[in-house]
Design a protein around this ligand. Structure first.
Ligand code: FE2
Length: 296
C-alpha cells in the first residue's frame, strides 16, 4: 500500500494533533451513509426507558443500553428531545442525537464506508499500521436541538496502553459555525490525559454497576474561546489524535450537521477491561485493512 497523505500532511497532523482532508469521501458514499443512518432511525423502536446522550459528566448516561451498544446499534435521543411531559418536541427522525457503536461491523453500508483501502492507507501513514476499528458513531447534530459535546479528549473514553486511540471523523453534511462544527486545540495532544471514563468494578463484565471518572491530571481543558473552529464541507475527513482536546457547540440553526466518526486503536496496545466499550467474543474487532480476513 503506497503512501496516501503527503509528507507535509503527515507532519502537520503530528504537529497539530489533527488534520482535515477535503474531498476524502465522494458525494455518493456520503449520500448512501446518510440514507442508511436515517433508515436505522426509522426502524428504531425505543424501549420504555429512552436513552439520552449527553457528555456532561454529572449526568452522563451510563445505563445498560449505553454499555451494551458496544455490540449493537442503538439510537440515543437528544437531551432536549422531550418536553416536560415526556413527549417528543419534534419528529423522531429529528430527535436522535446519534447512533452507535458497532455499525461498522453489523451493517453492510457502514462496513463498506469504514473498511476501505484508502482509510487503511491513511491510518498507516500516521503510524497505525495495525489499526483495529473499535467504535462507530453517526452523529446527527439535529436542527435547533443538536446537543453540545463538551470539550474532551477521546482517550478518556477509549483508553489503551500506550495511548493509541485515533478518530476518523467524516463530514456527511457541511459543518459550519452555525450548525456546530468541530473546534480544536492545535497542539493540545502534547498535553496529558485529564481523566478516564471507567466501568465500575470489581466485575467489569457487569453492565449494571455504572461508570465513573478517574481524574489523572487536574489541568483544565481549554475553554471554547481558546479553540479554533474547523468548518468542513461534506466529504471532508478529519483525523484526530486521541489526546487532542476538541468541542462542538449546540446547533441552534435550522440545518442538521450529520457526521460519522470511526475510532481506531492499535492492535498491539493493551485494552483494559474497565473501558466502557467491551466487545463480546462473538463480535471481535477487525483490522481496518482487513488483513484479519481468513486466507483461503
Ligand atoms: Fe470526540
Amino acid at each position: 500500500m503506497g503512501q496516501l497523505l503527503s509528507d507535509e500532511q503527515i507532519a502537520r497532523y503530528h504537529a497539530d494533533g489533527f488534520l482535515a482532508i477535503e474531498g476524502f469521501v465522494g458525494p455518493t458514499a456520503c449520500a448512501a451513509l446518510r440514507r442508511r443512518a436515517v433508515e436505522i432511525v426509522e426502524e428504531f423502536e425505543p424501549t420504555e426507558r429512552r436513552t439520552v446522550f449527553t457528555t456532561n459528566e454529572q449526568d452522563r448516561i451510563s445505563d445498560g443500553e449505553f454499555l451494551e451498544s458496544s455490540n449493537n446499534i442503538w439510537a440515543f435521543f437528544e437531551e432536549e428531545a422531550f418536553d416536560d411531559d415526556g413527549v417528543l418536541r419534534q419528529d423522531k427522525a429529528l430527535s436522535i442525537n446519534k447512533i452507535g457503536h458497532a455499525m461498522h461491523d453489523l451493517d453492510d453500508e457502514f462496513g463498506a464506508f469504514s473498511y476501505t483501502a484508502d482509510l487503511a492507507a491513511v491510518a498507516a501513514d500516521i503510524g497505525m499500521t495495525d489499526a483495529l476499528a473499535l467504535q462507530s458513531m453517526y452523529i446527527f447534530k439535529q436542527p435547533l436541538i443538536g446537543g453540545e459535546v463538551g470539550c474532551h479528549q477521546d482517550a478518556t473514553f477509549l483508553y489503551t496502553d500506550p495511548l493509541t486511540v485515533t478518530g476518523f471523523w467524516f463530514a456527511i453534511e457541511d459543518a459550519t459555525l452555525d450548525n456546530g462544527c468541530l473546534w480544536m486545540a492545535p497542539g493540545g495532544h502534547r498535553t496529558g490525559l485529564r481523566k478516564l471514563f471507567k466501568r465500575r468494578g470489581p466485575d467489569y463484565t457487569r453492565t449494571d454497576l455504572g461508570t465513573e471518572f478517574e481524574v489523572l491530571d487536574t489541568t483544565p481543558l481549554p475553554s471554547p474561546d481558546a479553540l479554533v473552529p474547523l468548518e468542513a464541507t461534506a466529504g471532508t475527513m478529519v483525523i484526530l489524535n486521541g489526546l487532542l482536546p476538541h468541542w462542538s457547540d449546540i446547533n441552534r440553526s435550522a440545518h442538521s450537521r450529520h457526521a460519522y466518526s470511526l475510532h481506531c486503536i492499535s492492535a498491539a496496545a493493551e485494552y483494559p477491561a474497565w473501558n466502557w466499550l467491551q466487545r463480546s467474543a462473538e463480535l471481535p474487532l477487525r483490522r481496518l485493512d482487513r488483513s484479519d480476513r481468513a486466507s483461503v
